[in-house]
Design a protein around this ligand. Structure first.
Ligand code: AMP
Ligand code: TRP
Length: 332
């Protein structure tokens, strides 16, 4: 059986990934390396759609790479690279912009949400065309599966629509990708406001568990997480969003099922339970943080690893782009 091609991307927009990124997306990246041909991309060009701080962008791109490797993305088992190192992304991105309709781009909820925040007039054009660049990221690699969190479902649908439209009009060019979206445990909520998703932009820092945070900081955040009325540690997303979120986190990292945990903490208070969650989280993240910090000590080596990844990626991307240009009638 031929291996399935997997592709995903993540923006280098924060100093540290958080537990929502890990449990909602990156954990699947790690799992999908086995038995598949996986391409993982740090989408620095997408990050330009937010505020641009050159020194921070550089730092965060390298830090993202170090964290991904520490979280288990192996540059030997998969192709790990930086989007701007492979120029074909911009090139196919333009083609996708010429295939997509203004109306369908305008329906993207991520654009609507993000542009609404600063006022639609100040939103930049790149934020609007973001999904077409994302479609290019995926289609260049003829990906079968795209592991992402639930919030990316609409972008994957758009990618499929664009690929089908292109293939129908210009001949078979792109594989039609499938989203690979983890259902249970895929959404992690803010510790302080457990009805909002854990996110760097939305929540307060106190509600976000970061991979690069010190063990002490994360322990403190968990111990001061918002809990709910009542005393029983039971899973009830509506009635007890805070405790349910902590149960999801514990279960995802310890491998124990939620019902096992409910039994284990029956008759114990929230305090005991939070202590246990803190220990599970801290021990899970400790070696990851240590390795990421080590990798960042040798920047030249880390960049070399990323360049090697880009060489492997470009070999695939350039073949797809050439076929696309040919089918469009561009003279090669
Ligand atoms: P972001 O940094 O928000 O662009 O997210 C990067 C990836 O992590 C995306 O695939 C998201 O779907 C996923 N993700 C972000 N926050 C969460 C969360 N709180 N729960 C689950 N997945 C998340
Ligand atoms: N838009 C994605 C996010 O916000 C990041 C992304 C860019 C991506 N290109 C991609 C995800 C290609 C999957 C495939 O999380």
């Amino acid at each position: 059986m031929t291996k399935k091609r997997v592709l995903s991307g993540i923006q280098p927009t924060s100093d540290s990934f958080h537990l929502g990124n890990y449990l909602g997306a990156l954990k699947q990246w790690v799992e999908l390396q086995s038995g598949n041909d996986a391409f993982y991309c740090i989408v620095d060009l997408h990050a330009l759609t937010g505020d641009i701080d050159p020194a921070l962008l550089r730092k965060r791109t390298l830090s993202s790479a170090a964290q991904l490797i520490a979280l288990g993305i192996s540059p030997e088992k998969s192709t790990l690279f930086v989007q701007s190192h492979v120029a074909e992304h911009n090139q196919l991105g333009w083609i996708m912009e010429c295939i997509a309709g203004f109306g369908e781009a305008n329906r993207m909820t991520q654009f609507k949400d993000k542009s609404a925040k600063g006022g639609a007039d100040t939103a930049r054009v790149g934020l609007f065309t973001y999904p077409m660049l994302q479609a290019a990221d995926i289609l260049l690699y003829q990906a079968d599966q795209v592991p992402v969190g639930e919030d990316q479902r609409q972008h994957i649908e758009l990618t499929r629509d664009l690929a089908i439209r292109f293939n129908t009009k210009f001949g078979d060019t792109f594989k039609i990708p499938e989203g690979y979206i983890l259902k249970s445990g895929s959404k992690i909520y803010d510790l302080q406001e457990p009805t909002n998703k854990m996110s760097k932009s939305a929540g307060s820092v106190a509600g976000v568990l970061e991979v690069m945070d010190t063990p002490e900081a994360n322990t403190k955040k968990i111990k001061s997480a918002t809990t709910d009325a009542g005393r029983e540690v039971t899973f009830d997303e509506k009635g007890k969003p805070g405790i349910s979120n902590l149960l999801t986190i514990h279960s995802a990292l310890s491998g124990k099922s939620v019902s096992e945990l409910e039994n284990e903490f029956a008759g114990k208070g929230y305090g005991d339970f939070k202590g246990a969650v803190a220990e599970v989280v801290v021990e899970y993240l400790r070696p990851i943080r240590t390795q990421a910090l080590e990798l960042l000590q040798d920047e030249a080596h880390l960049i070399k690893v990323l360049h090697d990844g880009a060489d492997k990626a470009r070999a695939v991307a350039s073949a797809t782009l050439a076929q696309t240009y040919k089918n469009l009638g561009l003279v090669l």
